[in-house]
Every structure is written in C-alpha cells, then in structure tokens.
Design a binder for this molecule. Sequence first.
Ligand code: NAD
Length: 260
Amino acid sequence: FLKGKSAIITGSTSGIGLAYAKAFAAEGASVVINGFGDAAQIEKERAALEATSGAKALYDAADMTKPDEIAAMVARCHAELGGPDIIVNNAGIQHVAPIEDFPADKFEAIIKINLTSAWYLIQAAVPLMKAAKWGRIISTASAHSLVASPNKSAYVMAKHGIAGLTKTIALETATHGITVNCISPGYVWTPLVEGQIPDTMKSRGLTREQVINDVLLDAQPTKEFVTPEQVASLALYLCGDAAKSITGANLSIDGGWTAA
Ligand code: NAD
C-alpha cells in the first residue's frame, strides 16, 4: 500500500531502523537508508531492499550530528525519489554513567543524534509534506520517553524531548494531512543488545538466562524482548489510512514496562 511513496529512515543500517526499511519496502515504498557500518554490508542491504520493493533504495551517509547533511539527504530524496512522504527519526546512541561522571562529549553526542537531528529532519521535510498534502512523521522514542532509569540522564532527556517535539509538530501540521507520532519500545532484541550479554555474564558471574531475565528484562513484565519486526509493524500501521486520526501520540510497545 506504499507504492509510489518514499521513506527516509535515519539509523537504518541495523536493528530497528533496518526493520522499518524492510517493512516499508515490502509494501512497495522507495526508501533512503542511513547510518554507519561496513560498506559492503550496507550495499547488500540496499540491493535487497530494492529487490523487495521493486522501487529504488538509496543509501545516504548523512551524519545526524550535522544539520547540513540532514537537509542534503532530504533534498536528495526529493530529487531522486520524490517526497519524502514518510520520515522516521530513529538514529540513536546510548551512554550509561552517573551525572557526575558523564562525559560532556557523550552528553552532547546523545542530544545531537537522538534529539536535535529529529528537529532538523522534520524542519526540512514538513514544507514538502505540506505541499503534497500528505505525510507521516514517526520517531523511535523509548520507554525512556515516559519513565526514567538512573545513569541515563542524556538518553532520558533526549527521549522525553522527542515526545514533546512529536506533540508540538502534530499540532502544527494537523490540518495538512500529516500525522506525527512516536513509538516507545521497551527492550528490543537487536544485535546491540545481544552483544552485551557475554560481557555481562562474565562481569557479574551470571548465566545467560540470568542476564536476560534479571538484568535486561528486569523492568519488562512479559520477560520477553520486543522484536524489531513488531516495532516496524506499528510504524507501518501508522502509515495507513486507518491511522490518519492518530497524531501527537506516544505509542508504547514495551511488554508492560510503563504500566508498572
Ligand atoms: P542500533 O545500534 O542497532 O542502530 C542505531 C543506528 O543509528 C545504526 O544504524 C547506526 O549506524 C545509526 N547511527 C548512530 N550514530 C549515527 C549518526 N551520527 N548519524 C547517523 N546514524 C547514526 O540500535 P537500535 O537498538 O536499533 O536503536 C534504534 C533506535 O531505537 C534508537 O533511537 C534507540 O534509542 C531506540 N530504542 C532502542 C531500544 C532497544 O532496546 N534496542 C529500545 C527503545 C528505543
């Protein structure tokens, strides 16, 4: 149902972002993938997206800390694919430390990549969406847009910011056929999370099962990871006609985390 539409997904060379790109491509959208990684691997993913969608797939290396590169990515999408009809603010990084030990450069990077980049991408895309009288703006927030955890001051601050930005732009675009929403996952099974398990097993002397249930899934009542595909399904739903009245929402997909 997305044939003829284009989507930019930031931070889509892995994890949740790549799942969004695959889901949009499976519905026929042309996509711009973005993020860092091994060039050959990225090219493989890009080609696979094209094969899936039967439409173009571009890779753009825009660094989310650089507003001019974000604007250039939007201009490139407009010129080569049309739109953008859908944008997904998804790029994100994490650093965990108590405030007194939190390095300022890590703080600045998290705010730039997880929050400020979304403002610039939305600013560049909204005029094009208004002209097209249709648009879908989605951001990957987090359970940390609603609740906090210690030692994640920058991340929690950025994700709460995404929730506020979502509501504001939803109000500004409400009569233009544009919806603006954020999705707030709990713990999602991505390569990033999986990669942390062996180290935590070693450093805390725990079994794999203990790390998963008592450390990672401590806050998640279902004791199950959310999958990237489940998050992508929700984004796909937001792009459909059935969701045209959903705007300014922060949708939890967190196994009950924020109910507790
Ligand atoms: P991931 O590390 O697999 O993906 C992050 C992506 O962002 C990668 O493609 C990476 O290359 C890209 N990226 C990093 N810095 C960038 C920069 N400066 N410019 C452009 N791209 C950059 O992580 P993920 O788990 O898929 O996370 C994706 C989003 O989901 C993030 O915003 C994260 O905060 C959010 N999230 C993740 C979880 C989880 O449990 N995995 C839970 C809630 C929210």
